[in-house]
Design a protein around this ligand. Structure first.
Ligand code: OGA
Ligand code: NI
Length: 346
């Protein structure tokens, strides 16, 4: 069995911790820039009967996906109380006794519930991450840790409400790509869309510039939704530079992911992002990764391939993509790179 990785919550609580153990050292420029122009998409306008409002928000959505691969979603209609409840219940998971948290340490990539801390490969050696996590598959089949007991209903409700928002966003994206209405739904079987719930716990860190919560990566799936407890830490890459993502209360941070890049035949790029840590406050993020149905073999949209003259990505079954990514998540070359098809005529 692989040696167990220490949980950072316990480490961070050790009295007099002034520096991080050397295995956490990640050479890093965790500084990011502020941007006053992060894209905002107003969901209430996207679903509005007013044609002018709807086309304005479709334009915002299209520009956000194209320029940033990221946007702040406001007025999405998911109740504030539910968002708070899922943050609080997720936090409670990390307060459980260690053996309860370690109960879901993954034995195999296909375990539907996984928990622990984690490693990444940096400059060819393994480093530990300043983050504990818990992940579970929540759709089309629903799994959730047994404790805390109320987590189950809250996660189930949040994922259901998020799916409605997701489907409307993807409808808007299909329109922006000038696809037949329903062609994304059909090709990716979105009634059975895969959703993975992940809670990330980042305790205060005495040397945040030397550690990393999650190193730079892209996500599997179509769109990732992220909410947090008000402590910032997500940075996204834009034009080669890192930007902080500060978000208004109750908004959802949304990023484009690998399978939107594949399906759009490269029109919308999967955005690189990372989680940085700080000295002051515990941060928790609740992430919902939303993808095609698990058994769909995802390829670029045939309509877009026809327009472009060739497919830029090879096919791969979605759940296989997810599980190879979950087993070697931050190591080496990403899956997406492996699926890119070179053009020998260039
Ligand atoms: C992730 C992720 C960032 C964050 O879980 O894939 O990118 O801010 N999280 O927690
Ligand atoms: Ni991510």
């Amino acid at each position: 069995m692989a040696p167990t990785v220490p949980l950072v919550k316990d480490l961070a609580q050790s009295p007099d911790l002034k520096s991080i153990p050397s295995q956490f050292t990640f050479i890093n420029d965790s500084k990011g820039s502020d941007s006053d122009s992060l894209p905002i998409v107003d969901f209430s306008m996207l679903v509005s009967d007013n044609a002018d409002q709807r086309s304005k928000s479709l334009l915002d959505l299209g520009k956000a996906c194209e320029d940033w691969g990221f946007f702040v979603l406001i007025n999405h209609g998911i109740p504030e109380t539910l968002m708070k409840a899922i943050i609080d219940a997720s936090l409670e998971f990390f307060d459980l006794p260690e053996d309860e948290k370690r109960r879901y340490e993954a034995k195999s990539a296909s375990d539907p519930i996984k928990s622990g801390s984690g490693t990444a490969n940096a400059a060819n050696h393994k480093i530990l991450l300043w983050r504990d996590f818990m992940k579970s598959y929540v759709h089309p089949s629903f799994y959730c840790p047994e404790k805390p007991v109320h987590l189950r209903d809250i996660v189930s409700e949040y994922s259901e409400k998020s799916r409605c928002v997701l489907r409307k966003l993807l409808q808007g994206i299909s329109e922006n790509l000038e696809l037949e209405p329903g062609s994304m739904d059909e090709a990716l079987n979105l009634d059975s869309c895969f959703q993975l719930y992940a809670a990330n716990f980042y305790p205060p860190c005495p040397q945040p510039d030397l550690a990393i919560g999650i190193p730079p990566h892209t996500d599997h799936g179509l769109l990732t939704f992220l909410i947090h407890n008000g402590v910032a830490g997500l940075q996204i890459q834009h034009n080669g530079q890192w930007f902080h993502t500060n978000s208004p209360k109750n908004s959802i941070l949304v990023n484009t992911a690998d399978h939107l890049e594949i399906f759009s035949n490269g029109r919308y790029k999967s955005v690189k992002h990372r989680a940085v840590v700080n000295t002051e406050a515990t941060r928790i993020s609740v992430v919902l990764a939303n993808g095609p149905a698990p058994d769909v073999i995802v390829s670029p949209s045939p309509e877009l391939v026809k327009r472009d003259g060739r497919a830029l990505y090879g096919p791969m079954k979605y759940i296989e993509y997810v599980e190879t990514m979950l087993s070697n998540r931050y190591d080496g070359k990403g899956n997406l790179e492996c699926l890119k098809i070179q053009d020998n005529h260039e």
